[in-house]
Design a protein around this ligand. Structure first.
Ligand code: SF4
Length: 393
């Protein structure tokens, strides 16, 4: 239950990422902005069909699990990824996590068992599958914070939020801030104020999924400027909702989470943490948490047309994979022999050799004579080593 007089109502602005809020930052968000939250996409299955759904086609309605950018199938991989970002908590998302309640329970329990009871877990869910037994299962597993995502146009299931008040955890709402749903969002705040302590308003964004499948254009939304995926009017409505919360003394914390915060602050901080744990000797870690490295490619697997497809094909064909790995091993030995260079790593995910930028720049001609392709690459330290820039030398 919320005490309307107990939270600060001053609006706190963060110009670095354009976020703002009034009240007390939810615990889950505090871990998240520091990059300490593992994003656990526990399933793509979901009984809802929100028109603004940002989940990609690769994931939506598919029962796949991702820990950050890494697809996982075991709890060992989950723990490994959490360790690589020095995680202090996990945000469980989807899809609708409640389509796989036993998996949620198992994963929360293993995270708590491995990292201790202070490892903060929060979970987002739409309302369709919310029932007392499922909430109890999650609570007993150790879930610290639950965030409901109710349908703004249909209040039939809103009363299920009340069920969560039977348990001693933090309860909030998390919805996109839809510029044409001011009245409905205010109605939800009026309704939920006695059961939740915060409402998180995500900046509404265009994404490939929303544009192609859910026809956001039918809602007449427009981009807020030429350089952003954010929708015009989303931040303005969030400010109006902060004003409304104050005027009506609803006692909620209202937090506006813009796309810039997710891309820059949250992801950037998470990448910095991961970079420090995965960097190889010779890697340069930039202030944004990306890695600059020297790369030696085999001629047949040089970035260009169909590069991703070629890698995927090699990964799924054991003979091809073995042949490439043997070639890379020979190349590594040759480099060690010719240059007396020890810090040489074979990357078995992308079938390439990682050395330092300084080394490849110094030995361009010699490497070319060996029929290799030297390059300087800037990439994320993520599991998929997503490249930002590839400069073939
Ligand atoms: S509840 Fe979430 S995952 Fe499901 S359709 Fe809505 S936005 Fe997408």
């Amino acid at each position: 239950m919320t005490e309307s007089t107990s939270i600060p109502l001053k609006v706190i602005e963060n110009p670095e990422d354009n976020s703002f809020y009034s009240g007390t930052l939810p615990k889950g968000c505090r871990h998240c902005v520091k990059g300490g939250k593992l994003v656990l996409f526990i399933t793509g299955l979901c009984p809802q069909r929100c028109f603004y759904c940002p989940v990609s086609e690769e994931k939506f309605a598919k029962d796949r699990i991702f820990a950050n950018e890494r697809e996982i199938t075991t709890t060992e991989e989950l723990i490994d990824e959490a360790k690589l970002i020095d995680a202090t908590g996990a945000g469980i998302t989807g899809g609708d996590p409640l389509t796989v309640p036993k998996r949620c329970k198992e994963y929360i329990e293993i995270l708590k068992k491995t990292f201790g009871k202070d490892f903060h877990t929060h979970l987002y869910t739409p309302m369709k599958l919310v029932k007392r037994e499922t909430l109890k299962l999650l609570y007993d597993a150790g879930l610290d914070e639950i965030r409901f995502h109710p349908d703004l146009d249909n209040d039939e299931m809103w009363d299920r939020i009340k069920l969560a008040t039977e348990f001693d955890w933090d309860i909030g709402l998390e919805i996109p801030c839809l510029p044409d749903k001011e009245e409905q969002t205010k109605k939800l705040m009026d309704y939920a104020k006695d059961f939740v302590t915060f409402i998180n308003l995500n900046e509404l964004e265009f994404s490939d999924t929303t544009v192609s499948h859910y026809k956001m254009s039918e809602h007449n939304y427009t981009p807020k400027n030429n350089t952003s995926y954010g929708v015009a009017g989303s931040a303005e409505l969030a400010r109006e909702l902060i004003r409304y919360n104050k005027e009506k003394e609803l006692g909620l914390t209202v937090y506006f989470c813009p796309s810039r915060l997710k891309d820059k602050t949250q992801m950037g901080n998470r990448m910095k943490r991961r970079a420090n744990n995965v960097k190889l000797p010779g890697d340069i870690v930039t202030s944004e948490g990306t890695l600059i490295r020297g790369i030696v490619y085999l001629k047949e697997l040089t970035p260009g047309f169909s590069y991703k497809k070629k890698i995927e094909a090699a990964q799924s064909d054991s003979d091809k994979k073995a042949a490439l790995m043997s070639k890379l091993q020979k190349t590594k030995d040759e480099i060690a022999d010719v240059f007396k260079k020890r810090a040489v790593t074979i990357d078995d995910k992308k079938f390439r050799i990682i050395i330092s930028k300084k080394f490849v720049e110094k030995n361009v001609q010699k490497l070319k004579l060996m029929k290799l392709v030297p390059a300087v690459v800037e990439e994320y330290p993520s599991h998929d080593s997503l490249e930002l820039e590839i400069e073939i030398l």
